[in-house]
Write a protein that binds this ligand. Structure first.
Ligand code: GDP
Length: 296
């Protein structure tokens, strides 16, 4: 069984009988455990390194106050640094633009992109009282288009009628036009996914972004992909430019390291998390909760 980092840090540091400032030596033993715990939580190596450096800077020389043990103090420093790097302010979807506001959904196939598109559409309908139109741009997989239409029926959100033979950009333009005529507030565009990052996929999504002037570009990523999440995030952000990340499968046994990695590498906020297969299994991102999960 995984022993939580908090316990490990306590057992290392609470043996210190001295009071006063933590020395580099005290801290180094603890940092080895921090490093190991982050790697076990699937945080990318480069992110682990910068995280550990930041914790070292904060911890060495810090006075241990009387009411806490050295272990508790370092746990708090690690926790606070995690929250800071995960993004302290809760950020949600920005609809502050002239309607219909285009939201582009990007990500790898199987990440949960289509399901998440419907979840967000439902949330905007139910909670923010917006009229949402969804459209699938996956011209190569008719099944993906049908899946979105089925989900739309399930959540009570309209989908753009499917017309065979159109390109992704043509469908996106048609969706925006239909939304304008129909008085919709938001248009959600579910781009095609591929099993791996490939140039054709990126080029198509970039083209759709330019053609629609998408206000939000949300990268949907699977929390269980661990270290790969960083490469995915870097590729999508570098090529297309994302405005936020939705992390799916946080109901699984992922420790949440992907959140830290993706945020650190791209600087883009995690806006929402998927917590199950059901259409309402979507939650706001709470950095404190993820920090606790990583700490164990
Ligand atoms: P896409 O290929 O990226 O569009 O992925 P789908 O939306 O088709 O999702 C793939 C599978 O993942 C489906 O079975 C979804 O129900 C499931 N899924 C999506 N999001 C979550 C989540 O947050 N948690 C869990 N457990 N399953 C999810």
């Amino acid at each position: 069984m995984f022993e939580g980092l908090s316990e490990k840090l306590s057992s290392i540091l609470d043996g210190l009988t001295r009071r006063g400032a933590l020395t580099e030596e005290d801290v180094n033993a603890a940092l080895r455990e921090v490093r190991r715990a982050l790697l076990e939580a699937d945080v990318a190596l480069e992110v682990v390194r910068s995280f550990v450096d930041k914790v070292r800077t904060r911890a060495v020389g810090a006075e241990v106050i009387r009411s806490v043990t050295p272990g508790q103090m370092v746990v708090k420093i690690v926790h606070d640094q995690l929250v800071e790097m995960l993004g302290s302010d809760a950020e949600t979807i920005d609809l502050n633009a002239v309607p219909p506001v285009p939201i582009l959904m990007v990500g790898l196939q199987g990440s949960g992109k289509t399901t998440t598109t419907a979840k967000i559409a439902k949330r905007l309908t139910d909670r923010s009282n917006r009229r949402v139109l969804m459209a699938s741009l996956d011209t190569r997989r008719p099944a993906a288009m049908e899946q979105l239409a089925i989900l739309g029926k399930q959540v009570g959100v309209e989908t753009l009628p499917i017309v065979a033979g159109q390109s992704a950009v043509q469908i996106a333009r048609r969706a925006i036009e239909a939304a304008r005529l129909g008085g919709f507030d938001v248009v959600m565009l579910d781009t095609a996914g591929r099993v791996t990052v490939d140039e054709a996929l990126m080029a198509e999504a970039a083209e759709v972004k330019a053609a629609t002037n998408a206000h939000e570009v949300l990268l949907v990523a699977d929390a269980l992909t661990g270290q790969d999440a960083v490469n995915t995030a870097r590729a999508f952000d570098g090529r297309i430019g994302v405005t936020g990340i939705v992390l799916t499968r946080m109901d699984g046994d992922a420790r949440g390291g992907a959140a830290l990695s993706m945020r650190a590498v791209t600087g883009r906020p995690i806006k929402l998390v998927g917590t199950g297969e059901k259409v309402d299994a979507l939650e706001e991102f709470h950095p404190g909760r993820v920090a606790n999960r990583i700490l164990g």
